[in-house]
Write a protein that binds this ligand. Structure first.
Ligand SMILES: NC(=O)c1ccc[n+]([C@@H]2O[C@H](COP(=O)([O-])OP(=O)(O)OC[C@H]3O[C@@H](n4cnc5c(N)ncnc54)[C@H](O)[C@@H]3O)[C@@H](O)[C@H]2O)c1
Ligand SMILES: [Zn+2]
Length: 432
């Protein structure tokens, strides 16, 4: 029976650090060595190695390694209309959220120097779309749509093939709606390697984004020296639910379960100051897990890393959440809105009793590609900036030579860099 491991923090005082809490370290060493081997073999073996590895890890040889726009459009035509409409709604909500965030070009003119900041999209983006324990057409929408708003020229989606060697219509239709150019039928670390280094059938990309399991996330770290990879780990899903007796126990229970149904290596915490109510939540959770068709996935996360933290009050609950730095944080008690503005470490904070993190997975607007494994301490939700570079144009007018030239000379002299100082001096001596 799935239950949560009790962590009683009511007597704990002082600062809480992530390492003080159980279950927050991922078992990465074994997988990391395997991932390294996989990446190397695709790098040297190309298409052939990719197909072999797909057969080894996904149990099938893909019918085609890459698919183009016609296959996506055809799948969209075949798709059930309600699902097609839901995908369109999700795409529009993501698109609008990111269009509202477009960075403005900025400029500064002072002392004869004009600095303009240009925003330049990368040319090719690879979006990883998971497909092991579940299919994720939503991840197509939550990655490729952002790339398109950012102005990326070519968008490639990589996703594992189905057991029949093909791809489901929902994923392909989502590619159609999100404006994807190419689909690579491969998953896991081997797909990340193919995106990073290219193969005979696929040109390499400039950045790789998207969520995935441990192997995918470690592979992105492995190739990060050669291709752009956001700092967010975006690995197995995590949730911290903070609630009290004002919420129905079965609602709290299901929200603890939601992110656990993605599969193993996740993290699920219920944090409360209401110990008696927590017991009711545990009963509801056990009943829910037992009846769920995704019981195996739920148990894989809850049994290993499902926790009930008993705390003194709201303030301590927030400190626990900050220490965990979870992907999703739900604050579901009265007056949570005020506390939400004080949270420092989380991928996204949901507030209000209607606020199931499932909204965020699909239609809230911000991408569901979020930092996990503690990376919410320094990394963020997938953003336009993950697909864009900042490039400064520095226009120097002659006036700058008299206004600022002396400072360059003084600093260059101090560093002993003679040519640096001379480059200003000869311009000044020319009377500019
Ligand atoms: N953080 C986020 O933003 C976010 C969002 C959505 C989903 N997720 C997470 O994405 C993950 C999706 O995982 P998934 O497994 O369903 O799909 P996936 O596509 O990420 O992983 C499946 C692939 O992993 C490879 N693989 C599986 N077992 C392997 C092994 N033992 N050795 C080597 N390679 C192996 C296979 O090639 C397979 O194609 C979940 O953990 C989910 O929580 C995270
Ligand atoms: Zn989810």
């Amino acid at each position: 029976m799935a239950s949560l491991t009790l962590v009683d923090l009511r007597e704990t005082t002082g600062a809480l650090r992530r390492d003080d809490l159980p279950g927050v370290a991922l078992p990465v060493e074994g997988p990391r060595a395997l991932v390294r081997e996989i990446v190397q073999s695709v790098r040297t073996g190309g298409d052939g190695a990719l197909a072999d590895l797909t057969e080894r890890f996904d149990g099938v040889r893909p019918r085609a390694l890459v698919l183009g726009r016609e296959a996506m459009a055809a799948a969209y035509e075949r798709l059930d209309r309600r699902l097609a409409e839901a995908l369109r709604v999700a795409r529009d909500r993501v698109r609008e959220a990111y269009e509202a965030e477009r960075p403005a070009a900025s400029s500064l003119v002072a002392d004869g120097i004009e600095v303009r900041r240009r925003i330049v999209p990368v040319e090719r983006a690879g979006c990883y779309v998971p497909g092991g324990q579940a299919r994720y057409p939503s991840s197509v929408v939550h990655t490729a749509t952002v790339a398109r708003v950012a102005g990326v020229r070519d968008v490639v989606v990589a996703t594992p093939p189905l057991p029949d060697g093909g791809l489901d219509d929902a994923t392909l239709a989502a590619c159609h709606l999100a404006g994807v150019d190419t689909v690579l039928l491969a998953g896991g670390a081997q797909a990340v390697a193919a995106l990073a280094y290219g193969t005979e059938s696929l040109e390499r990309v400039d950045v790789i984004v998207g969520p995935g399991n441990l192997f995918v996330s470690l592979a992105k770290q492995e190739v990060a020296a050669d291709v752009g990879v956001p700092g967010a780990f975006a690995g197995p899903s995590e949730v911290v639910v903070v609630a009290d007796g004002s919420l129905e126990p079965r609602v709290a229970a299901i929200d603890v379960a939601v992110q656990a149904e993605h599969g193993p290596h996740g993290l699920a915490w219920l944090v409360t100051w209401d110990a008696r109510w927590a017991e009711q939540v545990l009963e509801e959770l056990a009943a829910y897990v037992e009846a769920s068709p995704r019981r195996a996935q739920l148990e894989s996360t809850l049994e290993a890393h499902g926790y009930l933290a008993l705390v003194r009050d709201r303030d301590q609950a927030r400190l626990v959440a900050d220490a965990i730095a979870p992907e999703h944080l739900e604050l579901l008690y009265d007056q949570a809105v005020r506390d939400a503005d004080r949270v420092r470490h989380a991928g996204v904070v949901f507030v209000g009793r209607a606020a199931s993190a499932a909204f965020g997975d699909y239609v809230a607007g911000p991408s569901h590609v979020l930092p996990t494994a503690g990376t919410a301490r320094f990394a963020s939700v997938l953003g336009l900036e993950d697909f864009q570079r900042r490039l400064h144009v520095v226009e120097v007018h002659d006036e700058a030579l008299s206004r600022l030239g002396w400072a360059v000379e003084a600093l260059a002299d101090a560093e002993g860099l003679v040519a640096h100082a001379d480059s200003i001096r000869i311009r000044r001596e020319a009377g500019w």
